[in-house]
Design a protein around this ligand. Structure first.
Ligand SMILES: Nc1ncnc2c1ncn2[C@@H]1O[C@H](COP(=O)(O)OP(=O)(O)OP(=O)(O)O)[C@@H](O)[C@H]1O
Ligand SMILES: [Mg+2]
Length: 267
């Protein structure tokens, strides 16, 4: 009898990312640098849409998708990510020229996150705190994906129903803007971790690294990369991302040691 092959029981994208169609432009989120907006979709849900035609370009959506799904694989809370089909006609009656241009330039597939109504930004100055296990996983995660956007000034952490949600990973994975610096990125200790807003609470970074090894691996990365639409990322580039992420996972101790050192400086 042929032995049953064990399928990985770790994170799997249960289904493919859902695709919805935008039906209404509700309002811009002016605080976002990329002019994201709340839109309604044909499933009647509200989403925060990240436009493919924004200045940051389609690679920001690639980073948003890969970063977000890696965070989810690690067990962090990330609002559901969906693909959004945008019809050029949606912006036709939009009075604001800048918004109309953005909608026109983004016809086709975009990315959106489930909108968390009434959420508030994590604010240590207001006494917000976080569990050490979540903070440690977050520090490991952001160092892994080289995400500079988790500072006290711009934490990109939303409190919603007493749970902390991680958003805004569009600036992560900076290597994909300049493939010449890949080796540097793979091995990087990621010094910007010293500005991470959750560093003071991240008392168990080594444990977070061990947990990450259990949860991530080339199969997980490949499953995530398969979800990146060809309109944003040439499918030929997917294996390169999987390879780089796998090598960065192996180089984890570089950035773990840096994060532990940085933390000693802030507590
Ligand atoms: N899923 C969500 N639910 C509720 N509010 C959200 C959600 N996603 C984003 N926001 C709000 O919109 C703002 C902008 O979103 P985000 O940070 O993702 O955009 P950005 O353009 O990348 O921003 P940045 O200015 O940080 O570069 C957030 O700071 C937050 O207030
Ligand atoms: Mg932001």
């Amino acid at each position: 009898m042929v032995a049953q092959i064990e399928l990985p029981t770790r994170y799997t994208l249960k289904t493919m990312l859902r695709t919805v169609r935008a039906t209404r432009y509700v309002t811009p989120l002016r605080e976002g640098g990329s002019l994201p907006a709340i839109v309604e979709a044909d499933d009647l849900g509200l989403y925060v849409l990240k436009f493919r035609g924004a200045g940051q370009g389609p690679l920001a959506l690639v980073a948003e998708l890969i970063g977000g799904e890696i965070g989810r694989a690690l067990g962090l809370k990330i609002p559901e990510i969906v693909l959004v089909e945008l019809d050029a006609a949606l912006g036709r009656n939009e009075p604001d020229y800048e918004i109309r241009e953005l909608l026109t330039a983004s016809a086709g597939l975009n990315l959106a996150l489930d909108y968390l109504p009434g959420s508030t930004m994590f604010d240590p100055a207001a006494g917000d705190t976080v569990e050490a296990s979540i903070a440690s996983a977050a520090v490991w995660f952001d160092a892994f994906i080289t995400n500079v956007d988790r500072t006290a000034r711009n934490p990109n952490l939303l409190y919603w129903h007493k749970t902390l949600y991680f958003i805004d990973h569009g600036a992560a994975l900076y290597f994909h803007h300049n493939w010449k610096n890949i080796e540097q990125m793979v091995e990087s200790p990621f010094q910007p971790i010293r500005h991470h807003v959750l560093l003071p609470w991240a008392a168990h970074i080594e444990e977070a690294a061990s947990a990450a090894f259990e949860k991530l691996g080339p199969d997980i990365f490949a499953g995530i990369l398969d979800q990146a639409p060809a309109a944003w990322l040439s499918p030929e580039l997917r294996p390169a991302y999987v390879d780089i992420l796998t090598r960065r996972l192996k180089a984890s101790s570089n950035f773990v040691q840096e994060a532990i050192r940085s933390r000693a400086g802030v507590i």
